[in-house]
Write a protein that binds this ligand. Sequence first.
Ligand code: NAD
Ligand code: ZN
Length: 253
Amino acid sequence: MDRDGDRKIEAFREILSGARSGVAFTGAGISTGSGIPDFRSPGSLWAKNPPVDFDVFLSSAEMRREAWRRKFAMDDATRGASPNAAHRAVARLVAEGAFSAVVTQNIDGLHEASGVPPERLIELHGAGSYAACLDCRTRHELADVRAAFEATGEPPACRECGGLLKSATISFGQAMPAEAMERADAAARAADVFLVLGSSLVVYPAAALPLIAKKSGAALVIANREATELDRFADLVLRGDLVELLAPYAGSS
Ligand code: NAD
Ligand code: ZN
């Protein structure tokens, strides 16, 4: 590492050691070290199984079948993924009281698996671990949906109201969950450090949060493998691999 790199690592250490109400804001890049591909990297499984936009899902039975085929294919490809050192470092910053919230765009459940308590975790794009009825929001387990889908070739309807079932994630074109957005906004406003980890910061409204935090007085730190849209507003920009950057903070487990 060159001298500039050393200086940045030291500045990062100092910022983290002073944090009392830090917020980690994570994207797909924090989970690539666990074997879950992000959208944009070349050869990504997502290229073969792109997410279906919400309006298309609503309007086409064929595309609903296709969405479920892709969902199960992605689940099979990423089954068994576990938190990496970057997730563990974030969980530790929360456990030690330096960080008060983790806001994630991910749907992979790895922050929860790393031990971040639910009241500290804000999942802006929902969860990929179960399905929900689009009308009455009743939860349905994926194993049941899959068994019915594989038996009949059709996704089952909601057992309560007959409505459409979809993975409990927020699709492109679908409204953001109001409660999660409110919690994320409040956390950003109260943050003394706002740490972006592995997000290209192009997906709005989530990508507005770093600027809300910055305007409210937080130190903005952006750690990502490539440049982001908001680097010019950051107090510190760290380029490189998140597992490497955060391993020193991950503890022994
Ligand atoms: P993105 O794909 O736009 O950006 C990921 C960023 O992380 C990229 O800029 C990439 O250079 C960087 N990156 C990848 N691996 C890295 C590493 N090891 N170290 C440092 N940087 C690394 O993802 P996004 O901004 O999070 O947004 C896209 C959307 O995709 C989100 O809405 C999210 O819901 C969804 N998504 C989720 C998952 C998941 O749950 N794991 C995976 C793919 C996509
Ligand atoms: Zn229903």
